[in-house]
Design a protein around this ligand. Sequence first.
Ligand SMILES: C[S@@+](CC[C@H](N)C(=O)[O-])C[C@H]1O[C@@H](n2cnc3c(N)ncnc32)[C@H](O)[C@@H]1O
Length: 287
Amino acid sequence: MAKANDETFNGLSAKEWTILSKNVWNDVSSPRQSYHLLHGATFPLALAERVVSLYSKEGDIVFDPFAGIGTTVIAAAKLDRVGVGIELQQQFCDLASSLIDKEKTDLFGSKQSLRHEVICDDCRALEKHLYSGSVQVTLSAPPYPNMDVRPAKGKGSGRPRKTDMVEDMSERVPAHSLRQDDFGNFGYAMYLEELKKVFKKVLNVTREGGYSLWVVRDQRDTYNNAQYVPVHADIINAGISVGWKHHDLIVWDQNDQRRLMLLGYPNVFYSNLNCSYLVVFRKPKDK
Ligand SMILES: C[S@@+](CC[C@H](N)C(=O)[O-])C[C@H]1O[C@@H](n2cnc3c(N)ncnc32)[C@H](O)[C@@H]1O
């Protein structure tokens, strides 16, 4: 990256700004290490670095309420920002801390003194860990919701019918715990309601004009005849309902990372859902 430009809010030159303004990203993959398998649902460091460099400048606070193994915080450390994450599961917090420590030993001078940590907590208590109006950008990927919300009795065995299976079930990730406070265990309606609470609290800790980016993938409801669930659109509406401005939508093209599945053959044609969305919110400025 070129020398920081003091005139822009993120330090980018006009040339960098233009090149990075593509709304389809297909160049943000990063090498996978063995520790990524311990989590199973991380996003690439390159994606986090791009977001951090686009929406913040050196010294700003970057936040991730569903921090996993700390990819967002590590990107913040590498780019000389403060990084704070919250993660529910202790083993991921521990792994994040060791990865952050390792990253920081490679950094020099002022970068080492900035705060970089992943706190073990439920992110619905995020106000305990951050001052209001302090965060410049949030980057986060919540777990996938649990689409199986049918009553236990009277609806068959509880498994999707084979003919309706259109999703790659092998993608069910180890990140998912059995805890009741894990968003991955919430039915879809509750998932959106609880996310709204998080969005509202994130809005409160964000500076005026700051940003919040949510990495989500649409789904097919394998328990409801493969109905398409437009998760990204529901997330946009949830954010708007608590006061965020919907600022942008970026497509993360994952065709090169995901294998194609034969879906619905030979009766019903479905596309493979091989992209995720980065829903971008902005905190309105008071007039
Ligand atoms: C998709 S992963 C995020 C991975 C992260 N982006 C990374 O690259 O490491 C979602 C994370 O949210 C965590 N989680 C689930 N419910 C939570 C809650 N109530 N509070 C905080 N974290 C939660 C899960 O344990 C999981 O690690």
